[in-house]
Each structure stands twice: as structure tokens, then as C-alpha cells.
Design a protein around this ligand. Structure first.
Ligand SMILES: Nc1ncnc2c1ncn2[C@@H]1O[C@H](COP(=O)(O)OP(=O)(O)OP(=O)(O)O)[C@@H](O)[C@H]1O
Ligand SMILES: [Mg+2]
Length: 230
């Protein structure tokens, strides 16, 4: 990771109508694995969505790897891969292989290069047997593996995953968790209610009612959250 791998929020608030979804968030992050926890409706997804300009600040400034989401959304989205908790939202092509290949469009790769990279990616995520299958016919867990494949084949500099294991069984949660936390080299922002995954990050942010109430060492932040919600 380079010094360009910096995420900074300066006095950021987001209002949807009358109630703030985020209030006055200021933070600078350079860690590789950034966990985000907090109660339902606390602002985690809003925070995550700001990292690829899906949500823009009402006030304040965001910088992601040197880019301003408010004016450079297109450049930013080329460098940020976003994984949603609902993988159906991410399927754009009929078959599994076509869906993964779609992520490589416009990169000037030959058909052979695309086919080779798609095959290697499907192999890595255990989807080879399904490559010609309809993407919408996969199981929930398989769809999440597909979503991960479509994002990671593009080699983003920052991976933002919003509850990527919400629909997965124990084995796939372990598999996806290990992959995101241990095998990726890119910076990762992982929004999760799985506190064991959060503990494995390098830093954890905790949101409550739209405010960033804690940022620190993962076990410390998670222990306190668990105590307060016991
Ligand atoms: N597009 C939107 N329009 C209106 N209100 C929104 C919108 N997106 C989020 N909100 C509101 O902003 C607040 C924060 O929502 P957000 O989705 O960021 O929470 P979250 O921490 O991700 O919750 P969860 O754990 O349930 O996913 C909530 O009160 C929510 O209702
Ligand atoms: Mg959310």
C-alpha cells in the first residue's frame, strides 16, 4: 500500500430529509483492514457508500486515495470495488462467466486474456462448475462469491464490503472472511455485524446514531460494544 491509500472525512454530515444519517464525522484512515460496526441504522452503510460516491456529503469533505467523490466520482469508481450484502443487486449479465467478464470491459484486453482471467477468477472462488450457468440461478452464497469475483477481477485499490457475509453459511463466511482479511493486498473497508470478523481488522470504527463514537484497536472497540449491548 502507498501513502495514497488514505481515506479522510472532515466534518462530514449527510441529511436525508429531516434526519441526519451521519453527523460531523472526522477521521483519517490509512490502515489496510478497516472494520465498521454499530447498531442498525447507525450510519455504517451511509459511511461506506460515500467511499465510492454513491452518497455525497451534505456538508464537509471526503477524500479517498487523493480523490474527491463530489467532483471525481468516475475516477473514484474505477478504483473502488463495492460489494453489497445483497448480491442480486450486483448481477448484470446472464451467465456467471459473462458477469465476471463484464467487469473487464473497456480495458483493452484481448478475448483470450479476458477468458484466461475469468477462468482463473472463477477457479479461485470455486465457481468453475457454474461458469455457463444463469447467474440468477445460483444460491445466495454462490451469488456472493460471484459478486466478490466481479469486483476483485477488476483489481481495485480499495475494496468496500457492506455486510458481505450476511447471506453466507459458516463455511462460506470463513472462506470470504479469510479472503478479504488475509489474502487481499488492497485496502479494505468491511462493514459487518460479525464481530469476529471485525476483531480481525487493523482498526475498528463504531457508529451510533450517525456519529462516529469510537475508533481504535479492534478488541477494545468490539469488547466495549458487546458490553453495552449485552
Ligand atoms: N436513501 C436514504 N433515504 C432516506 N434515509 C436514509 C437513506 N439511507 C439511509 N437512510 C437513513 O440513514 C440512517 C442510517 O442508515 P444506514 O443505512 O447508514 O445504517 P446502517 O448502520 O447501515 O444500518 P444496518 O445495520 O441496518 O444496515 C437510517 O436512519 C436510515 O433510515
Ligand atoms: Mg447497512
Amino acid at each position: 500500500m502507498t501513502s495514497a491509500s488514505e481515506i479522510s472525512f472532515d466534518g462530514v454530515s449527510v441529511d436525508f430529509g429531516d434526519r441526519p444519517a451521519l453527523s460531523d464525522v472526522s477521521v483519517t484512515l490509512t490502515e489496510r483492514r478497516i472494520g465498521v460496526i454499530g447498531s442498525n441504522g447507525s450510519g455504517k452503510s451511509t459511511f461506506a457508500r460515500m467511499l465510492n460516491a454513491l452518497v455525497l456529503p451534505t456538508t464537509g469533505q471526503v477524500r479517498v486515495h487523493g480523490l474527491d467523490p463530489a467532483g471525481q466520482a468516475k475516477q473514484l469508481r474505477r478504483r473502488v470495488g463495492f460489494i453489497f450484502s445483497n448480491p442480486d443487486a450486483q448481477i448484470v449479465m446472464p451467465t456467471v462467466a459473462e458477469d465476471v467478464a463484464f467487469s473487464l470491459r473497456g480495458r483493452g484486453l484481448s478475448r483470450t486474456e479476458v477468458a484466461e482471467r475469468v477462468a482463473a477468477t472463477l477457479e479461485a472462488y470455486g465457481l468453475t462448475a457454474h461458469s455457463a450457468a444463469p447467474a440468477h440461478g445460483l444460491s445466495g452464497g454462490q451469488k456472493q462469491l460471484l459478486a466478490l469475483s466481479t469486483v476483485l477481477i477488476g483489481e481495485p485499490d480499495l475494496v468496500v464490503a457492506d455486510e458481505p457475509t450476511a447471506m453466507l453459511d459458516a463455511a462460506n463466511t470463513r472462506r470470504i472472511g479469510n479472503h478479504l482479511l488475509d489474502e487481499l493486498t488492497q485496502q479494505l473497508v468491511l462493514v459487518t455485524h460479525d464481530l469476529n470478523l471485525a476483531r480481525r481488522c487493523d482498526v475498528v470504527l463504531r457508529f451510533e446514531e450517525g456519529r462516529l463514537v469510537e475508533r481504535g484497536e479492534p478488541d477494545f472497540v468490539v469488547d466495549r460494544y458487546e458490553r453495552e449491548h449485552a
